[in-house]
Design a protein around this ligand. Sequence first.
Ligand code: MN
Length: 319
Amino acid sequence: MRRLTPRRISLKKNDVLFYGTDDLMRVARFNDGQIGIVHGAGVIDVTDLCGVEPTEWPPIGPTRLVADFPRILPTLKEAVETRSPLQLESVRLRTPIPWPNKVIAYPVNYHAHGQEMSATYRASQQGFFLKPNSSLSGAGEPIVLPEVPGREIHHECELAIIIGRTARNIAREEAMDCVFGYSCLLDMVVRGREERVFRKAYDTFCPVGPWITTADEVGDPTALRMQLWVNEEPRQDANTRDLVLDIPGMIETAAAVMTLYPGDIIATGTPEGVGPVKPGDKIRIQIERVGEMVVDVIQGTGGYTSVLAAPYQLALAHA
Ligand code: MN
């Protein structure tokens, strides 16, 4: 039985409290695109073992790493035992998979969130949408708010599934074999009635991190507590057991439509408690056995478009 040990780690711009043991396999991407295995309070640089060129463009090395992972794993384990770690607090964590084939996202996948949004549909009837890869960012990077006067920008706390193998038209029973691991994900959104993808597509509107915890280390994902705070005020607190369309169902549905590739990311939907963020906020997301990250919110310049000219306020049921 693993004991969970809390550690507070200070990153350059963020404070991260994570619970972990020394034998978890957590794959991180850091600084200029290096790949590391997070081990206790350290990170072991394994970039050279992964066939990843940190500065390459497009940055597809981490995507390929997911596909190659079973083959590389023994070498990674050896490196964890033999190499000196960097202090985790000394590195800047980036998003683990910056160039996946796609980011799939399921809307309204918790009943209580559907009720707060007055949505009559659920993900099980609605299917999914896509978020652009360019919206991905990491734990050590701030969410940059666009200038959209009259609009609220909301946090959505979500579990991310990282796909591990190519799959198409698979049975539900095979779905869990497709999972490489899990991360924390923030599905940021400008509230409104315009196209959902449009409102969720801004750069940095899809923080994923702080790393990928491999599926075998997470174990059963059907009862993971996930929580979100804004400036330490609790906002969201739910459990993956309340998903409307469950994890095998989401994978089966997506793979019925398109080929899933290693490194693909699935945002599994947010529970109730979504709400606005403002510049200077710190969003903390924690998912049991997966990880925890704190992401800064800053004001950017630009981002206004006349599409968003009409003001909109979401009348939240609990507000
Ligand atoms: Mn969402």
